[in-house]
Ligand binder design. Structure first.
Ligand SMILES: Cc1ncc(C[n+]2csc(CCOP(=O)(O)OP(=O)(O)O)c2C)c(N)n1
Length: 665
């Protein structure tokens, strides 16, 4: 590199540093250290390496950039402004971390155009990027390299690599040989508590290599070395990790290289000294005209490639183009509703007394032919989760058209990868594990809910009904806890028809994720109707009315306990008490209905009883705090499931007794 080139690079990188310092100073909150330390790496990426057109951050064939260390958000916001991304102005940088600004504390993809994924919880971005790289390969296999051919770059911090999820993610990426995934590690040796050496001693290069990656070390302040390493990475047959040795807070004379640069404003004096040090002139948020011009040129450099891509895309057949566009927009296939209805009718013609996990497989067999974009998988529980249809092919480096992912025993990595697959575009996805292990996947599920990603979690073995595996495997509080999550829908279907309806709801809702809580044990088919209406979609409905007059008792139940409610209704009838049964496949959906709808479903019977083999939490919204609840208030127990149900008193007799007590009392 000539000295002129180096001087130019430094000016560009220092513009990031200046804006990051100013943004954090103005907000009196934020993290200047990472943007200042990683500015050289980011500048190389955005001025020399990445394929992007700042004018259209949604161009499908752009390279993806994931700032996994979301606390360094000012780096990303500065880049978006400098490259000329629409909607990101200096004024937005001045509103860093303010309510409703485009520059929230951590990058939120739903607030800011150009942010690929929401990051902040360390490790998530890295693991999400693995899914993006998987989706890139799958989509290219289907539509061809002429229209899908891009890289996924990640900037990860020490914290990203320390989090457990990183291991699941890199092992999966190494196994899949995701060679278009390139991770740049901001190797600054500093975290919040101080030098990394007080808590970590891992040889990350060796770790990545052991996971099947290429890995090398470079000076993270040497732009040519960084670029050369990336060029090598681009040619690799493996994913690459580049350890970029950097100085946190680069340029701040007293704070650089220390944890003091990590997460607070530098202070006026240190900021001024840093700017002087770096040769940044002008006031706060000022970028010299020649520097801004150079950045804007970099932001436009991909416009040609973008235009060429449009021409190539235009050469695809009309049908293929329309399909590509539908898929990228997560458009629901027009034939889905019909396929579900036909499936429901077939179930009525030949009722299936199967576990709802099996019913889910039957639904998938009906859905996949009309939804070629559906990518399923499981965290090593395929035969238990029933997530794989007969025609499915595994996704492997040799079979990139495969739509079934063997995630291995990596629930968290799976959930994050599903976020990436969905964010990348072109696919809808679902993955399976036991419901109790939702806890292993939860941080990524939470991000899916926050981002509004339409992912389906197939979570089987949904209660003490799993039996012998015992309390470690029997979910008790998981259903309630998932219901609490904003924008997460939880369905616990009672039979094969409700299972099909739950799938329909999950796939037609493109604005958020859905958990399907499915039974291990067989259940009777209770529904006798199959119309185009999705009766489960309001969360609850009257399955059986009271016979012989107004209902005296309403029995509410979800999933496997609807069968118990139906049997209890019969016992009550024998005692001359009229009961109706309301099936509640989705409690929180029922509670979210408008008051009139909710009231009509809940009804006015004086006795209200809820039955669910989980904790009571949430059911008061239906039965009131004076209603009776038949369910769990402790962990479960190991034993044959019918005995376990008896042991915990979740039986038709117990329900009938509870109803009689209230009826008489
Ligand atoms: C899962 C998770 N745990 C904790 C945090 C809080 N946190 C933010 S940054 C950070 C560590 C900072 O160290 P590093 O990743 O090296 O970033 P740098 O200091 O280089 O900016 C922590 C613990 C978080 N964001 N996510």
């Amino acid at each position: 590199m000539t000295t002129i080139d180096r001087a130019r690079h430094d000016k560009l990188a220092n513009a990031i540093r200046g804006l990051a310092m100013d943004g954090v100073e103005q907000a009196k909150s934020g993290h200047p250290g990472l943007p200042m330390g990683a500015a050289d790496v980011a500048t190389v990426l955005f001025t020399r390496v990445m394929k992007y057109d700042a004018a259209d951050p949604r161009w499908p064939d752009r390279d993806r950039f994931v700032l996994s260390a979301g606390h360094g958000s000012m780096l990303l916001y500065a880049l978006l402004y400098l490259t000329g991304t629409p909607g990101m102005e200096l004024d937005d940088l001045k509103k860093f971390r303010q309510l409703e600004s485009k520059t929230p504390g951590h990058p939120e993809n739903f607030m800011t155009l150009g942010v690929e994924t929401t990051t902040g919880p360390l490790g998530q971005g890295l693991a999400t990027a693995v899914g993006m790289a998987m989706a890139e390969r799958m989509l290219a296999a289907e539509f061809g390299r002429k229209v899908v051919d891009h890289y996924t770059y990640v900037l990860a911090s020490d914290g990203d690599l320390m989090e457990g999820i990183s291991h699941e993610a890199i092992a999966l990426a190494g196994h899949q040989k995701l060679n278009k995934l390139i991770v740049l590690w901001d190797d600054n040796g500093i975290s919040i508590d101080g030098p990394l050496s007080i808590s970590d001693n891992v040889d990350q290069v060796a770790r990545f290599k052991a996971c099947g990656w290429r890995a090398e070390r470079v000076d993270g302040h040497d732009p040519d070395a960084i670029e050369a390493a990336i060029r090598r990475a681009q040619k690799s047959s493996k994913p690459t990790m580049i350890a970029c040795k950097t100085i946190i807070g680069f340029g701040a004379p007293k704070k650089q290289g220390t944890s003091k640069a990590h997460g607070e404003a530098l202070g006026a004096e240190e900021l001024a000294a840093a700017k002087k040090n770096l040769g940044i002139t002008g006031g706060a948020f000022e970028v010299a005209a020649d520097v801004l011009k150079a950045w804007r040129e970099a932001g436009k450099a991909g416009a040609n490639e973008h235009a060429n891509w449009r021409s190539r895309f235009g050469l695809l057949s009309d049908r293929k183009r329309a399909e590509f566009e539908r898929r990228l927009a997560h458009g629901v296939p027009a034939r889905l509703g019909k396929a579900i209805l036909a499936h429901k009718k077939a179930l009525i013609a030949a009722p299936q007394a199967v576990a709802t996990r099996k019913a889910s497989e039957l639904a998938l067999e009906a859905i996949t032919p009309v939804m070629p974009e559906l990518v399923m998988g499981s965290a090593d529980l395929t035969p238990s989760n029933n997530t794989r249809t007969k025609a499915a092919e595994d996704f492997t480096p040799k079979t990139p058209k495969g739509r079934y992912v063997r995630y291995g025993i990596r629930e968290h990595g799976m959930a994050a990868a599903m976020n990436g697959i969905t964010l990348h575009g072109g696919f809808r996805t679902g993955g399976g594990t036991f419901l109790v292990f939702a806890d292993y996947a939860r941080p990524s599920m939470r991000l899916a809910a926050l981002m509004g990603l339409p992912i389906v979690y197939v979570m089987t073995h949904d209660s003490i009904g799993l039996g012998e595996d015992g309390p470690t495997h029997q979910p008790v509080e998981q259903i309630a806890s998932l219901r609490c999550m904003p924008n997460m829908h939880v369905f616990r279907p009672a039979d094969a028809i409700e299972t099909a309806e739950a799938w329909q709801f999950a796939l037609e809702n493109t604005k958020g994720p859905t958990v399907l809580a499915l039974s291990r044990q067989n259940l009777p088919q209770l529904r006798t109707d199959a119309t185009a209406t999705n009766r489960s979609a309001k969360g609850g409905y009257e399955l059986l009315a009271a016979e012989g007059g107004k209902a005296q008792v309403t029995l509410f139940a979800s999933g496997s306990e609807v069968e118990i409610a139906v049997a209890a209704r019969k016992l009550l009838a024998e005692k001359g008490v009229r009961a109706r049964v309301v099936s509640v496949p989705s409690l929180e959906l029922l509670l979210a209905q408008d008051e009139a709808t909710r009231a009509a479903i809940i009804g006015t019977a004086p006795v209200k009883i809820a039955i669910e083999a989980g904790v009571r939490f949430g059911w008061d919204g239906v039965i009131g705090d004076d209603g009776a609840f038949v369910g769990m208030s402790s962990f479960g127990a190991s034993g044959p499931y019918k005995e376990v149900y008896k042991h915990f008193g979740i039986t038709p007799e117990a329900v009938a007794d509870a109803a009689m007590k209230r009826h008489n009392g």
